[in-house]
Design a binder for this molecule. Structure first.
Ligand code: ADP
Length: 249
């Protein structure tokens, strides 16, 4: 069992064996194989409590993106049990996925912003797809863009913005529906130091406002002040570190 020794006995939100009720994400002996017999994850067990900020660290190819894709329902576990907000991800039906996605904000490595739509339209899109009126979508998209400091850039096309600003548009698009869980895959990759810091500050602010955040990174600098780090090595959890302890897996 992987469990933080710093927690009192009745505070078992990070223990992998008991599926504590406060966990919003629970990996129990999860494995993921891709076609071609590529093992991306082996026997991963960890819990994420509601409201936590967790960094997934490890070198390229360690399995960080795969963990995020499993949580997002983009990929399915090959073995083990993964619960996201109580949903068993191996049993997730096509019909249920959109409901789960409404609880998730995804910030993927490629911004995937639409180049022929304005910044505002890009951020409105997920709301329109999930049935909001144009008026409501516009209002909420403007608020989200204000929150990432881009309130004055709403009419521009994404390619008119810097890399850091484009990443902030993708953050606005990810949080516009006020998700409970934010998943960010290497959100500072390809950004200069100042832009990267701004992006991390924003994610921390959403976390402080109550969202559970999981951020993958191979940037050691981000980890220095992190409360909780899960280090992956070739598909396995090698170390879990939290504010005052380090536990080898
Ligand atoms: P990281 O995000 O830490 O760089 P990934 O989760 O992207 O790691 O990849 C973990 C392993 O899974 C790597 O060996 C990678 O090549 C492999 N992999 C990732 N996606 C696929 C895929 N769609 N098909 C086959 N192998 C994949």
């Amino acid at each position: 069992m992987i469990c933080s020794p710093s927690l009192p006995p009745n505070s078992s939100t990070r223990c992998s064996a008991d599926h504590a009720p406060m966990s919003i994400i629970s990996f129990s002996h999860v494995a993921k194989k891709y076609p071609g017999d590529v093992t991306a994850l082996s026997d991963v067990s960890m819990e994420v409590a509601e409201g936590e900020l967790v960094y997934l660290a490890g070198p390229s190819g360690a399995g960080k993106s795969t963990m995020l894709k499993l949580i997002a329902g983009i990929e399915r576990p090959s073995a083990g049990v993964l619960l996201v907000s109580g949903q068993d991800m191996r049993k997730l039906s096509r019909a249920t996925l959109p409901y789960l996605r409404r609880k998730l904000g995804l910030i993927l490595q490629q911004h995937q912003l639409l180049r022929d739509r304005s910044v505002l339209q890009n951020v409105m899109l997920p709301l329109l797809v999930s049935g909001s009126s144009v008026k409501e979508a516009e209002q909420r998209a403007r608020v989200a863009l204000e929150r990432v400091g881009l309130g004055d850039k709403v009419t521009l096309l994404p390619q008119a913005l810097s890399g850091g600003e484009q990443q902030r548009v993708s953050i606005a698009r990810a949080i516009v529906h006020r998700p409970r869980i934010i998943l960010a895959d290497e959100p500072t990759a390809n950004l200069d130091r100042a832009s990267g810091k701004l992006v991390i500050d924003m994610l921390q602010a959403f976390n402080a406002a109550g969202a559970t955040c999981i951020i993958s990174t191979h940037d050691e600098r981000l980890l220095q002040n992190a409360d909780r780090v899960v280090l992956l090595d070739r598909g396995r959890v090698s170390v879990m570190r939290d504010a005052d302890s380090e536990v080898g897996a």
